[in-house]
Design a protein around this ligand. Structure first.
Ligand code: CAA
Length: 284
């Protein structure tokens, strides 16, 4: 079965980015946010992002209009009923996600694939909260979703081959490169990336170098597009802390244990770009 109509639940950075990618590649998109105002502001954000691409000459104006025309917003979960695929991208909280999957299972058509964009939580726990564990998988996009080419397709023990093949085909139709990964915390990218990010905070905490020099070192020394502290600000320090905690919970490896400075910054609401300040100040 080919995915034509995609539901997206959650209005954060990832939900908006995935909506943009899916609509641009020709899918009908239904965006659901708990509050109508948030859903409306997502569309405003999408329109702004597409307008920027038109300005840069990367997108034709007709294509921009067609993309916007493919997106509808709603605060009613019931409107996801006819979707071929629903991607959940809400807060990284297992009980909130389980509750949502249970509701989606009751609402959505029998053929609908229920997917999560979680970066670390066990997909199997969500699958088992539905009456269709064979139609549940992870479809993990990276931030910023419109730019990053990778999508991890996460196969819980219960998923059938058709579900995984359809999820892969959807990622490809979005112009992304899928890789299939086992359902364990961090999958491939975050299992490798987050010990590195955590240790960058440790170096800063130990006073080994300034934040600017740590970032300059990794850009210049490893050819990374941005340094680790700037990347933590992009991902969000609260999200990063949740990812490290989930990794530590699963493997009990010291490298996954969040360093104290990261925790303190989250307590201080220094969350990165989303709050205007993290390691760097974004107000200026
Ligand atoms: N939406 C759409 N387009 C965007 C964008 C966004 N949010 N951010 C940047 N772009 C586009 C820009 O328009 C620009 O396009 P053109 O060159 O065609 O004009 C291009 O991306 C490059 O952007 P900039 O010139 O502004 O800046 P840059 O060259 O420094 O690139 C970056 C920005 C793409 C973010 C780059 O620094 C990068 O790749 N950083 C690493 C990001 C990364 O590692 N992401 C993974 C995070 S981990 C994760 O997501 C997993 C998880 O579960 C938490």
């Amino acid at each position: 079965m080919t995915v034509k109509r995609v539901g997206i639940v959650g209005s954060g950075i990832m939900g908006s980015g995935i909506a943009e990618v899916a609509a641009k590649s020709g899918h009908e998109v239904v965006l659901r946010s708990r509050r109508q105002e948030t859903a409306d502001s997502m569309v405003a954000g999408l329109e702004k992002s597409l307008a920027k691409q038109v300005e840069k000459g990367k997108l034709a104006d007709e294509e921009r209009q067609a993309t916007v025309g493919r997106v509808t917003v709603t605060s009613d979960l019931g409107e996801l009923r006819e979707c071929d695929l629903v991607i959940e991208s809400i807060v990284e909280d297992l009980s909130a996600k389980k509750h949502l999957f249970n509701e989606l299972d009751r609402i959505c058509a029998e053929h609908t694939i229920l997917a999560t964009n979680t970066s670390t939580l066990p997909v199997i726990e969500l699958a088992m909260d539905t009456g269709r564990p064979q139609r549940v998988c992870g479809i993990h996009f990276f931030n910023p979703a419109p730019v990053m080419s990778l999508v991890e397709i996460v196969r819980p023990l219960t998923a059938d081959d058709d579900t995984i093949a359809e999820a892969r085909a959807f990622a490809e139709a979005c112009g992304k490169t899928p890789v299939e990964v086992k359902d364990q915390a961090g999958f491939v990218v975050n299992a490798l990336l987050f010990p590195y990010l955590n240790n960058a905070v440790r170096l800063l905490e130990q006073g080994v170098a300034s934040k600017e020099d740590i970032d300059t070192a990794m850009k210049g020394g490893c050819g990374f597009p941005m340094g680790p502290l700037a990347l933590l600000d992009l991902v969000g320090l609260d999200t990063s802390l949740a990812i490290l905690e989930a990794l530590y919970e699963e493997f009990k490896e010291p490298n996954y244990s969040p360093v104290p400075l990261l925790r303190r910054m989250v307590s201080a609401e220094l969350l990165g770009r989303k709050s205007g300040r993290g390691f760097y100040d974004y107000h200026r």
